[in-house]
Design a protein around this ligand. Structure first.
Ligand code: HEM
Length: 132
């Protein structure tokens, strides 16, 4: 019989339900993002399959999965794109909607969005609500 690892609590990833639970959330999120009226244009020349794979890996690792991340650093990947504060907020909102649609537990949602907010300075030089 399997039993929880002895070194403490199960990861957020395990509690969410692992890859089977995370994949459809990331899928819906990426689809909504690339089709979005406000920020979809950023992804015109981006391969959505690769983007989805890397968004999945990146998020899974943050949630505690022991899998490799094949993408660039967040700062390097976004440096060529002039992303404004409002556009960052729009992505965050689309992600929140995907998280809510899949019934993610409140504490996992909170940790996930807090991680997104922590990464904000690596994606845009604009603070929350700043426009220039
Ligand atoms: C904390 C927030 C964000 C996270 C965690 C994140 C995560 C990622 C990841 C993992 C990739 C793949 C990197 C790679 O292929 O090497 C990526 C690519 C990309 N992201 Fe984000 N992203 C964030 C915010 C944003 C925002 C706000 C926008 C635009 C509104 C955006 C637009 C893009 C674009 C256009 C790419 C493709 C980059 C390229 O191939 O040139 N991202 N993002």
């Amino acid at each position: 019989m399997s039993r929880p690892v002895e070194s403490g609590e199960p990861s957020l990833y395990a509690r969410l339900g692992g890859a089977d639970a995370l994949r459809p959330i990331i899928h819906d999120f990426v689809q909504a993002m690339v089709q979005d009226m406000m920020i979809g244009f950023f992804f015109r020349d981006v391969d959505p399959v690769q983007l989805e794979r890397r968004e999945f890996q990146f998020t899974a690792r943050f949630l505690g999965a022991d899998i490799p991340y094949e993408g660039r650093s967040i700062r390097t990947a976004h440096a060529p794109h002039p992303i404004m504060g409002g556009q960052f907020d729009r992505r965050r909102k689309i992600l929140e909607e995907a998280i809510d649609a899949h019934g993610v537990p409140a504490d996992i949602k909170a940790a996930w969005l807090a991680h997104v907010d922590l990464l904000r300075p690596q994606v845009t030089r604009e603070g929350a609500g700043q426009c220039d």
